[in-house]
Design a protein around this ligand. Structure first.
Ligand code: DGL
Length: 267
């Protein structure tokens, strides 16, 4: 168990941004990714459903791949299901909320932090709760940006449509005088250029993918697990659509290797 691969999962392919960050920080690790492409989006679903889906995926990763640790790359799942997963499974499970919140708190100077994510993540208040635990004097301004996910999926990352959508969502946060913006969704790092253009150079943008990879690297010892090596990645999804490879490459930044389809409802 302790020398198995690290499992990483997301509601779809967005979590490949986290895989990319982990591969950069832990190139020697064996990684197994599961993307729930048949059931995305999680961002609009109820907490009960998110918990059920998340547990099925961890069960699959444990049973099939004997993973030694799990990284929940999905913000919505981290927000709603982390506690339930930790109560159910013995394997160490790392979500993206705490690393992202920690990074935002380290970066802010005026203590005014903007958080953007799916409707589910924002509704859960997981980010403000964590930020305030780490920095009780902080002011957190949250906003759901549901149109960012389809924009990223369609590859509309820059240009007039993306900019107009970003302005609509982010202008109110600028009025709140935020100096830090936390991207609390797997898909948003793809829109970073557009987001940066809209918020301007004075707002620091924090990405939970990078921070999660860093926390994973520092925590591996505490988890009591060993490097599995040699570095490799294996990919599973619950649905293989026609556009799958193009989308995966967009999030991963390089062509994806072999991908297997899993009937996840079985777990
Ligand atoms: N992976 C989700 C997240 O980070 C975004 C996509 C979805 O709604 O499932 O919250």
């Amino acid at each position: 168990m302790k020398r198995g691969p690290i499992g990483i999962f997301d509601s779809g392919l967005g979590g490949l941004t986290v895989v990319k960050a982990i591969q950069r920080d832990l190139p020697q690790e064996r990684l197994v990714y599961f993307g729930d492409t048949a059931r995305i989006p999680y961002g609009t679903k109820s907490p009960d459903t998110i918990v059920r889906y998340s547990k099925q995926i961890v069960r699959f990763l444990l049973k099939t791949e004997k993973v030694k640790a799990v990284v929940v790359a999905c913000n919505t799942s981290s927000a709603w299901a982390l506690k339930a997963m930790r109560e159910t499974f013995k394997v160490p499970i790392l979500g993206v909320i705490e690393p992202g919140a920690r990074a935002a708190v380290e970066v802010t100077r005026n203590g005014r932090i903007g958080v953007i994510g799916t409707e589910g993540t924002i509704q859960s208040e997981a980010y403000p709760d964590m930020i305030l635990r780490l920095m009780p004097t902080a002011r957190v301004f949250s906003r759901a940006c549901p149109l960012f996910v389809p924009l990223a999926e369609e590859g509309k990352l820059t240009g007039i449509i993306a900019e107009e959508v970003a302005k609509e969502y982010l202008k109110p946060l600028l009025k709140d005088k935020i100096d830090t913006l936390l991207l609390g969704c797997t898909h948003y790092p793809l829109l970073k250029k557009t987001i940066a253009k809209v918020v301007g150079p004075k707002v620091r943008i924090v990405d939970s993918a990078d921070e999660t990879a860093r926390v994973l690297r520092t925590n591996l010892e505490t988890y009591g697990v060993e490097l599995s090596g040699p570095g490799s990645a294996k990919y599973y999804v619950s649905d293989l659509s026609r556009k799958f490879k193009v989308n995966a490459q967009r999030f991963l930044g390089s062509p994806i290797g072999q991908v297997d389809k899993v009937f996840i409802e079985k777990y």
